[in-house]
Design a protein around this ligand. Structure first.
Ligand code: MD3
Ligand code: FE
Length: 211
């Protein structure tokens, strides 16, 4: 179901088997590219732990927010994008232009994410695709300004949401995660993976007429 703002929620889009397969890929990636706590440019530690998948991932430190090709602690490239996520992006977003960034957020008990906008990508015409695994989140979706009214939604394991159109630049956050609401993630908690197109598209080649 897509609303008037371009927000699409696909409850249970991933089967239990697909959720388990994807979780295994994420945890395998995290053995090489460990989850770590990032700090905001203001120096505050975030309550979520993050890692990445694919060519680029989002990093935050005293210098600011940006996309990087290397894990900030190991200096190695991010692990490959799991095939299941490549397929999901091709089916729901664009079969011709792959996602180049996979940001993985781990919510252990008590972690949350304050209201913010995703605006560090080069091209906002590409949607953001989000996949939830593990415990259910109470997710908050607002509008284009911080003051716009917000609604609260639940994101459960296997749910996929697509932030297209106007909703792409909407304020959003995670108020809390309900402990013990799923048994998927070892040790408990929630994992969210967002797929994005972070880098600009290369310019289209134009045939030269005068040759
Ligand atoms: C609405 N992650 O990583 S995913 C983030 O559950 C982030 O970890 C949250 O916000 C999480 O930046 C929410 C759903 C989501 C992702 C991107 C959006 C909702 C969005 C972009 C625009 C509007
Ligand atoms: Fe976000």
């Amino acid at each position: 179901m897509r609303d008037q703002t371009g927000f699409v929620l696909l409850p249970g889009r991933l089967s239990p088997d697909e959720q388990a397969d994807l979780l295994a890929c994420v945890l395998a990636g995290a053995r090489d590219a460990p989850f770590h706590v990032q700090t905001t440019p203001g120096g505050k530690p975030m309550s979520v732990e993050t890692t990445g998948l694919g060519p680029l991932s989002w990093v935050s430190d005293r210098l600011g927010y940006r996309y990087e090709a290397l894990h900030p602690l190991t200096g190695r490239p991010w692990p490959p994008m799991p095939p299941l996520l490549e397929t999901l992006w091709a089916q729901l977003v664009d079969p011709a232009v792959p996602a180049d960034a996979g940001l993985v957020n781990l919510y252990r008990p008590g972690a949350r994410m304050g209201l913010h906008r995703d605006e560090d990508e080069a091209d906002f015409t590409f949607p953001v695709l989000s996949v939830s695994l593990g415990d259910t989140a109470l997710f908050r979706l607002g509008g284009l300004t911080r003051k716009a009214p917000t609604r609260s939604l639940r994101l459960a394991s296997g749910d996929v949401c697509l932030l297209a159109g106007e909703s792409r630049l909407a304020y959003h956050g995670v108020d809390r995660v309900i402990p013990g609401s799923s048994r998927l993630v070892p040790g408990g908690g929630r994992i969210n993976i967002t797929l994005r197109r972070a880098a600009p598209l290369p310019p289209l080649a134009m045939p030269v007429l005068s040759r």
